[in-house]
Structure formats: structure tokens, C-alpha cells
Design a protein around this ligand. Structure first.
Ligand SMILES: O=C(O)CCC(=O)C(=O)O
Length: 276
């Protein structure tokens, strides 16, 4: 940290100097600069990437073979452990604190490369969540993942809440409830309707175990009803610009351990820069 000498005119009109103390500057910077990337994005090539273009246009992207089958099996078993500790609970928050095995979802290479191309390098986790639905669970209502208004052209500094969710569907079959979404709705300057009435253009995705579904948090979406006799198990890793507020506080012991042993990117993802 450099000390700074500032020259200015004092009350008598003479030139005076003020020494700006490094401690004062350090107090204003409660984070490690090494965690802040020096370049925001991947450059113009990212704009040409067909995956990026598809995502921008449709609001979602299916990534094949994002995780291998051993990982799928390990995650199923980890989620079964969570379900037995929390019987009947549909949404499990702070998933990384539930079991060490969920940490494999934080920086899946095939997901990170797309996220970096779309969202840039200054990324933070918003939340890691599981959703478990059992037989007879009804349709989820249409929603966006955040409450903020969307307006792609109405604000000079941009009105796009940059948040991307990544769903890992561990064992989904059509009767268990598809991931239902309305392509292109992530740029609609209005909210989704109440309820879950079908849109003519909605699509039903039934991702295979191992695939990942990236979707813009502002895409109109919902989980389908579980009309099977099985359990539908999903992990949702949600990422956003590191300067946006996260849902999670990242203050649990497992996350602290991941930060202590991880790379600068891991620390940034897990709230290393907690305030500016
Ligand atoms: O279960 C799904 O397919 C989607 C879940 C979801 O969007 C949510 O819980 O917010």
C-alpha cells in the first residue's frame, strides 16, 4: 500500500502538503486485492461463442456431461442424507454446509467456462440450494429468482440484474416434473403471471443426470409437479456479479474451510469480498 502526498493551497495561500496515511486507506479496503480479477471478461471472442449467443437469446443453456456419473451418485447419496436429517423439507438452503460432497458443484469446469464468458470474472455465489419434491408435489408457480425490475434498454448504466442459476437434476424423469421455462422471457420488462398456467411457447426440459442447465435468474421458470412415485432431487448453484448482494452469508465452517484452502477465485465466489 503506497502512502500518498497531496499538495494543496492552505488558508494563507501557501502550498501545503498532507500525508494520507496508508492505514486509513487500508481501513477502507476490508478485502484482499488478490481476490479481485484485473480483467472483467474474456474479451470479444466470448461474444462470438455460440453458447453465449444462445444463452443471451433464449435465457438458458443445457451443458452436456458437466459432471460425471460417479459425482451424480455421490450427490444423490449426499442429498439423501440431507433429506433424512430434514424430512419433508422441500428447499434446503446453504447446501455447502450440509455435506462436503456438494463442494464439487462450486467450480464445475464446463459451467465455469460458460459463466466466465457470460457473466465475467468478478463472480460470487448468490446461493447453493437443493430442491426435493416427492410424489404428489404440485406445480411450482412461475417466478423469477429475484424481485428487481428488468429493463434492458431503460437505464443508461444498464438494467439487467446479472444472475445465472445452474441446475443439476440428479434423477429427473418426465413424470417427476420438468424444468419449465419461457425462452426469451429473461428480457421481458414485466413480471411473470401469478400461478402456473401454461404459455403457448413454454418448453419442458428433462435434463439427464450429469447435464447442467444454466438459466438467467430473470427467465420465467418453474419446476413441474411430481406425478411419479419417486423423489425429484435438484441442486441449484446460483452465481452473480460479485458486487451484488448474496442471499447467503458464507459464514459456516465448511465454507470457511473451502475459502482457506481454495484459490483466489474460490475465495471470491464464497464471499471473500464481503463489502467494498
Ligand atoms: O425445481 C426446478 O426445476 C426449479 C426450481 C426453482 O426454480 C426454484 O426453486 O426457485
Amino acid at each position: 500500500m503506497l502512502a500518498m502526498i497531496v499538495r494543496h493551497r492552505d488558508d494563507s495561500g501557501m502550498t501545503a502538503t498532507t500525508d494520507v496515511k496508508p492505514q486509513a486507506a487500508a481501513q477502507r479496503q476490508p478485502y484482499d486485492r488478490a481476490e479481485v480479477p484485473t480483467a472483467l471478461g474474456l474479451g470479444p471472442a466470448a461474444f462470438q461463442d455460440p453458447d453465449v449467443q444462445r444463452f443471451l437469446h433464449q435465457g438458458y443453456l443445457v451443458i452436456d456431461q458437466a459432471i460425471d456419473q460417479d459425482t451424480v451418485i455421490a450427490l444423490r447419496s449426499a442429498l439423501d442424507g440431507v433429506a433424512s436429517r430434514r424430512p419433508g423439507q422441500e428447499i434446503i438452503h446453504s447446501l455447502l454446509e450440509e455435506d462436503d460432497r456438494f463442494a464439487t458443484l462450486l467450480e464445475v469446469p464446463a459451467v465455469m467456462s460458460r459463466l466466465t464468458a457470460i457473466l465475467g470474472t468478478c463472480m460470487q455465489l448468490h446461493s447453493a440450494t437443493a430442491r426435493i419434491t416427492t410424489s404428489g408435489h404440485p406445480d411450482q408457480d412461475w417466478h423469477r429468482d429475484g424481485p428487481w425490475p428488468m429493463d434492458p434498454v431503460g437505464v443508461p448504466y444498464g438494467g439487467i440484474p446479472a444472475q445465472i442459476n445452474c441446475g443439476f437434476y440428479l434423477d429427473i424423469e418426465p413424470e417427476m416434473g420438468a424444468f419449465v421455462c419461457l425462452p426469451g422471457s429473461h428480457r421481458a420488462p414485466f413480471r411473470p403471471p401469478k400461478g402456473h398456467a401454461p404459455f403457448p411457447d413454454e418448453i419442458h426440459l428433462v435434463p439427464r443426470p450429469g447435464q447442467a442447465v444454466l438459466f438467467d435468474g430473470w427467465l420465467f421458470h418453474r419446476g413441474g409437479a411430481n406425478r411419479s412415485n419417486g423423489v425429484r432431487r435438484t441442486c441449484l448453484m446460483c452465481y452473480q456479479h460479485a458486487w451484488m448482494k448474496s442471499r447467503e452469508r458464507f459464514d459456516g465452517p465448511r465454507v470457511a474451510q473451502l475459502r482457506a484452502t481454495g484459490t483466489a477465485r474460490t475465495r471470491l465466489l464464497l464471499g471473500g469480498v464481503s463489502s467494498w
